[in-house]
Write a protein that binds this ligand. Structure first.
Ligand SMILES: Cc1cc2nc3c(=O)[nH]c(=O)nc-3n(C[C@H](O)[C@H](O)[C@H](O)COP(=O)(O)OP(=O)(O)OC[C@H]3O[C@@H](n4cnc5c(N)ncnc54)[C@H](O)[C@@H]3O)c2cc1C
Length: 532
């Protein structure tokens, strides 16, 4: 198992100071320096826990009525629906934070490794089970395309090399200086980072089915496999190395455990607290103003909200050097998703925990979603059935599901208020034809999420489900930096900054920020007597 980092130098007691220890400064309890975290997504909670463990007086401000952001939980009619993330691929990033906070992750969260990981149902009805059992996986590859077995083995070896560089090294480094990017460039090119995930896979296997099965993973984090750097092949290695895991109780149980961890290190979480403005003076963030007018001062502000939205709307009066409105307009934003959450009054015992139900097209469908921005007649979808592994998420004898369809972001110009119900019906029909016969008569509860929710509820530019698209020229230095280019004492965590979307990415962004924020004493000293 990888040693992610020795995260607790000198002990990991809650509140134990690092990098020199907490300072004595104005407002916080016992004179601790104040950190405000805007947003309680995984990135925000991870940052809050880390800074709390370092002795900061942390307050998390969340505009919604509960934690999680994209990983919010919908509860209705006895069903528990994870709104977004369903797969935990890198448990060590969580274990690391728990250790730092003086707690044992396994005591607070039960992860279940799924076997098989997921089932892919191709449009011709053929099914492929993907798993972490190397022999079973090779047998499945050999069944589908015997000539591709050697290429598959090569892919498995190469994805480890990519992981060693792109995740174990790059994901935890700050990329706020162009020099870092330049020094890494030769290795990046040697490892094929300039190729797309699909090109990388296609170079190794020929079968279209295998090409799909080994290349679709960037869609989990909002990237088009035909356009996303091959470095995202590391997701395959994460899956093989640490499994496709499910947090018992749902991803929401992991969110809640993390919110509790923040409390354990003395942090506070305030819900229904919408930040309207990041206040600043002399080029330094000084705190926030809430939508209801309340002002809170801080020594550091860590922003988990979408950087595009923040720079565009939440720093009025600031002359922005890099993230001007024009620059924000020029960036490419990820796809969005249509998600239908539903409960059935019977159990579909043959349906696995995770399924991918493919339509007839792959590359052209993605071009329509990402580039042409068309809501097409045909679609592929991901079907989530957590009740396959965890009866607690549905009433007895029932199943909880969600069906997720990648769709264009709001640049498509579609009116999702009107489109939502007809679209849901199309998804329902497709599920009836494929995985869930007789579905219509079994539904007892239902709700939907459309790109509008990402724009209005989660405040994401263009209703993108995953923030800025993870293309090579929008990654690392090219992404909004973890340490703001515009204001001192302002930091970013989460999908919109480096390294990017997905739980391993956003939780790692908190580690990058943790290492960038100087000793609490230095923070407080530099802030001096700044007031809002
Ligand atoms: C449907 C779906 C499925 C996914 N599946 C997976 C998966 O299986 N595995 C995986 O690893 N990843 C998955 N992802 C990606 C992953 O969920 C996200 O990348 C990650 O959760 C984003 O976390 P974040 O830290 O960026 O914060 P977010 O979840 O984006 O949260 C940001 C928070 O900031 C709050 N906020 C915004 N503005 C303000 C303001 N002005 N004041 C106060 N609060 C504010 C928002 O309300 C929100 O709670 C999925 C994403 C989606 C959408």
């Amino acid at each position: 198992m990888l040693t992610y980092r020795d995260t607790a130098p000198g002990g990991s007691e809650p509140g134990a100071p690092r990098h020199g220890g907490p300072a004595h400064h104005g407002g916080g309890p016992q004179g601790r320096p104040k950190a405000i975290v805007i947003g309680s997504g995984f990135g925000g909670l991870a940052a809050a826990a880390r800074l709390g463990a370092r002795g900061f007086d942390v307050t998390v401000l969340e505009r919604l009525d509960g934690p999680g952001g994209r990983a919010y939980v919908w509860r209705q009619d006895g069903f528990t629906f994870d709104a977004g993330p369903t797969i935990v691929t890198a448990p060590f990033v969580f274990e690391d934070i728990w250790k730092l906070c003086g707690r044992d992750f396994a005591q607070d969260v039960t992860l279940k490794r799924l076997d098989p990981f997921y089932q892919i149902r191709f449009d011709d009805g053929d099914v492929m089970n993907c798993s972490g059992d190397a022999a079973a996986m090779r047998a499945e590859v050999a069944r589908i395309a015997p000539d591709d077995l050697a290429g598959y083995d090569r892919f498995a070896r190469d994805s480890k090399r990519i992981y060693d560089f792109a995740f174990a090294e790059m994901a935890h480094q700050p990329f706020h200086k162009i020099n870092k990017m330049i020094t890494m460039l030769p290795r990046l090119l040697r490892l094929g980072g300039h190729n797309s995930v699909h090109a990388y896979v296609a170079h190794r296997v020929k079968s279209p089915k295998l090409r799909f099965a080994l290349s679709f993973h960037p869609l989990f984090i909002g990237g088009n496999p035909f356009n996303t750097t091959s470095f995202y092949c590391l997701i395959n290695y994460l899956e093989q190395g640490w499994g496709v895991n499910y947090a018992m109780g749902g991803t929401g149980a992991l969110v809640q455990a993390m919110a509790d961890l923040v409390g354990h290190v003395g942090g506070k979480l305030r819900y229904g607290a919408e930040v309207a403005e990041i206040t600043h003076a002399q080029g330094r963030a000084t705190g926030v103003r809430l939508a209801d007018g309340e002002r809170l001062a801080a020594d550091v502000v860590i922003c988990n909200a979408d950087p595009a939205t923040v720079y565009r709307t939440m720093v009025p009066g600031l002359k922005r050097r890099r993230w001007t409105d024009a620059k924000i307009d020029r960036m490419d934003y990820s796809m969005s998703v249509f998600v239908w959450y539903f409960g059935t009054k019977k159990r579909y015992e043959n349906v696995p925990h995770h399924s991918i139900v493919l339509g007839p097209r792959y590359k052209d469908l993605l071009r329509d979603i990402f580039r042409n921005k068309i809501v097409t007649e045909d679609f592929s979808m991901y079907l989530y059935r957590p009740s396959a592994s965890d009866p607690s998420v549905a009433p007895p004898g029932c199943d909880a599901f969600y069906a997720l369809v990648p769709v264009p972001n709001l640049d498509s110009g579609d009116d999702w208020e009107k489109l939502a119900e007809p679209y849901r019906q199309r998804v329902e029909r497709r599920l009836e034809e494929t995985m869930l016969p007789g579905l219509r008569d079994q539904i007892v509860t239902s709700r939907i999420t459309t790109p509008i929710d990402f724009r209005d509820r989660l405040r994401s530019e263009r209703g993108a489900a995953f923030g800025m698209e993870p293309k090579l020229l929008q990654s690392a230095w090219f992404r909004p930096h973890n340490r703001s280019e515009e204001l001192e004492s302002l930091y970013f965590v989460g999908a919109g900054t480096h390294p990017g979307a997905g739980l391993p990415g956003v939780v790692s962004s908190a580690r990058v920020v943790d290492e960038m924020i100087p000793a609490a004493s230095v923070v407080a000293g530099a802030a001096g007597s700044a007031h809002v």
